[in-house]
Design a protein around this ligand. Structure first.
Ligand SMILES: C[S@@+](CC[C@H](N)C(=O)[O-])C[C@H]1O[C@@H](n2cnc3c(N)ncnc32)[C@H](O)[C@@H]1O
Ligand code: SF4
Length: 343
């Protein structure tokens, strides 16, 4: 059965049923933007029955919800129909901005040594319906708070560019003005650097932001953190980023985790600046969240982080520091699911 969240299937069903354009518009808005349920979005029980018979409607279930006591983060542990746990995080910033951090895989194909998702192993890629289903689940929660989904980041569990087809299809629905209608400037795909798929993404959605998890200034350190570096070493990534920047208008963010005594020296900051020379990017420094004790590493000290940032800024890079929301609820990737698995 086709998925209800496959917009091409949905439109061809509407055509076959000769569903009037005015009602389609209203359904798309109520279901994909206002996040009303199927019955309320159609207000036509007979038609809803037809839709239910024709389409597969994913049954994602929230099995636990943790709300941060210190900021506006909520972490949802969501279960797929076949019993896999994935994570979706809601980040409320101030009165207006609301971001969602969504998963693209159950577990992860990669084995980064600092990331708790890696300890879960790889279960499977999420379907298109499961990716969009997370937005709909979170959207229903936010509707009751009078908030709207404004930003979406693929920074939950999994490597989005190992599930490229479904991620690209989900971007179509998120960005289509007939469906979710999000601005492409507000959608970010985060990757460890699967280079051919970076090019594919930049070609297909040049305005979508790309976040590249680099985390090291040389191959020696990156090899320790990310086994993928053996396949796509830093020079290969650099070449890809340089040629992709011709195609893209969306931001490129270089993500750099700061880990005590591993990658946080001023010399490494200089090496990073030299590596990134010529690449139009914003560097986002991320304090390593060591609450799961992965790899026995610790987060860099405040002084070290500031010194690292200063070196990059002196080299004329724009540098931001990630303010991690939801530290009290294990909102870094895979931590809630990993804890749940250990119970
Ligand atoms: C979970 S990943 C998902 C997207 C993609 N697989 C990637 O690695 O870019 C999103 C971001 O979370 C970061 N991350 C993972 N474990 C972390 C930790 N313990 N503390 C802080 N950030 C972490 C990753 O490095 C990455 O930049
Ligand atoms: S950092 Fe990203 S790619 Fe690496 S294991 Fe975690 S989720 Fe997977």
């Amino acid at each position: 059965m086709p998925s209800l969240y496959d917009h091409q299937e949905l439109e061809s069903f509407f055509n076959k049923q000769q569903f009037p354009e005015r009602k389609r518009r209203s359904f798309r808005r109520l279901f994909f933007r206002e996040f009303l349920d199927l019955d309320s979005a159609f207000d036509n029980p007979k038609f809803v029955e037809l839709v239910r018979d024709h389409f597969e409607i994913p049954q994602l279930k929230i099995i636990s919800r943790q709300d941060s006591k210190i900021d506006g983060a909520s972490k949802l542990l969501v279960q797929t129909e076949d019993g896999l746990n994935i994570e979706t995080v809601i980040l409320r910033i101030g009165t207006g901005r609301t971001s969602l951090c969504i998963s693209s895989q159950a577990g992860c194909t990669e084995k980064c040594t600092f990331c708790s998702t890696a300890t879960l192993g790889f279960k499977r890629n999420l379907t298109l319906a499961e990716i969009i289903g997370q937005v709909i689940l979170a959207g229903e929660i936010l509707r009751k708070e009078d908030r709207k989904v404004r930003n979406i980041v693929f920074m939950g569990m999994g490597e989005p560019l190992r599930n490229t087809d479904n991620v690209l299809k989900s971007l179509e629905i998120m960005l289509s003005s007939a469906y979710m209608g999000l601005s492409s400037k507000r959608v970010t795909v985060s990757t460890i650097g699967i280079t051919d798929n970076i090019t594919k993404l930049r070609h297909s959605f040049p305005e979508v932001n790309l976040a590249l998890s680099l985390h090291a200034s040389n191959d020696q350190v990156r090899d320790i953190l990310m086994p993928i570096n053996k396949t796509f070493p830093m020079e290969t990534i650099k070449e890809t980023l340089l040629s992709a920047q011709e195609l893209a208008s969306g931001d490129l963010m270089i993500q750099y985790l700061l880990i005590k005594d591993l990658n946080d020296s001023p010399e490494q900051a200089q090496e990073l600046a030299a590596f990134l020379k010529g690449i139009n990017c914003i560097i986002n420094l991320i304090p390593y969240n060591d609450s799961m004790g992965m790899g026995n590493w610790k987060c860099s000290s405040e002084e070290k982080m500031s010194a690292f940032q200063d070196v990059l800024q002196e080299s004329d890079f724009q540098v931001t520091r990630r303010h991690s929301l939801g530290r009290d609820i294990d909102a870094a990737c895979g931590q809630l699911a990993a804890k749940n698995q250990k119970k």
